[in-house]
Design a protein around this ligand. Structure first.
Ligand code: SF4
Length: 312
């Protein structure tokens, strides 16, 4: 299944998520990634799945009420999908819904990627570093991608793209939250000239042990240095859409295979289906595991943990 939700999104309201790529297929291997440690790091664009199948999956849910955006987000980096431009065009033509793309920015240096995104309404790129060293530490990109090349891709995209750019900066304690790092990131932001800047911090269990959100004082300092910021440092709220799921068990497994799910949200899902016992039985048979992060309990699939990355 390529489509999930609609899910509550802090930036996009009720967002119908579309993942046109296999789980954790990405050009980065970020230390804060919520998709676990296993994965494939690549820069080669591919048609991972038949594009018509993806479109047909979107078509089954897209007319659910209150969908604010069709969001290509991927369980990794969605611009790795070679068919992204076609999919965006088809969504706009068939359903006239706003289309958003969440990207890590790494492939915007490729002309075909920038071209593919041109019909979308909003692009939400990441920019977590202001120099090569921090970039390598926090994003751990594929060996062929350099910081300057990535930044130039973002700058070129800004010049060519007529939609909105909502830039996101993920701040990690002791990695990119010093004054020096924040000022270098701000220099890079000024070159990109986004329509909005969001600051974000790790709120779900990260790929690398020890990754923590900055102290509140550092977040305030980031506000001062970056100027106006809409803050993503809080938890998302709102209801998941369940029209696509036959029962609570399927919904919980499907949603938490996309990202760690707060235990309270998982228990809400059971209540919505008037069911009980699913979570406890999935935890006791080892299909799901419970992980504590920042005093919050999350559940995630067992296979999210502990397999090293590959490079392609
Ligand atoms: S956080 Fe996003 S960009 Fe970073 S490795 Fe995970 S999927 Fe890729």
């Amino acid at each position: 299944m390529y489509v999930y939700g609609p899910v509550p999104s802090r930036r996009l309201g009720r967002s119908l998520g579309v993942s046109p790529i296999p789980l954790k297929t990405c050009s980065y291997n970020c230390i804060y990634c919520q998709l676990g440690q296993k994965g494939r790091v690549q820069v080669r664009r591919e048609s991972f799945y038949p594009k018509e199948e993806i479109l047909s999956d979107i078509g089954k849910i897209v007319n659910s009420p209150n969908i604010d955006y069709i969001t290509f987000v991927g369980d990794g980096e969605p611009t790795l999908c070679k068919d992204l431009g076609w999919l965006i065009g088809q969504c706009k033509e068939k359903w006239h819904k706003p289309v958003a793309i969440i990207t890590n920015s790494s492939l915007l240096s490729m002309e075909d990627v920038r071209h593919d995104l041109k019909n979308s309404d909003v692009v939400l790129p990441s920019l977590d570093a202001g120099n090569e060293e921090v970039y390598r530490t926090i994003n751990r990109p594929h060996g062929s991608i350099g910081f300057e090349e990535m930044l130039q891709g973002l700058v070129d995209f800004r010049k060519e793209y007529s939609g909105k750019i909502w830039l996101e900066v993920m701040l990690v304690k002791d990695v990119n939250d010093s004054d020096k790092s924040l000022m270098e990131i701000n220099d890079a932001i000024k070159q990109v000239k986004p329509d909005r800047i969001y600051i974000s911090v790790p709120i779900r269990p990260p790929a690398k042990p020890g990754v923590r959100p900055p102290e509140p004082g550092r977040i305030i300092r980031a506000h001062e240095i970056f100027g106006t910021i809409l803050d993503l440092t809080d938890y998302e709220s709102g209801e998941f859409g369940f029209d696509n799921y036959p029962d609570a068990r399927t919904a919980i497994i499907e949603i938490c295979s996309r990202h760690p799910l707060r235990e309270d949200q998982a228990r809400d899902i059971e209540t919505r289906f008037s069911e009980s016992g699913n979570i406890d039985s999935l935890l006791s048979d080892g299909s799901l595991v419970r992980v504590e992060y920042q005093n919050m309990a999350y559940i995630l699939p067992n296979n999210f943990i502990g397999i090293p990355s590959q490079n392609i």
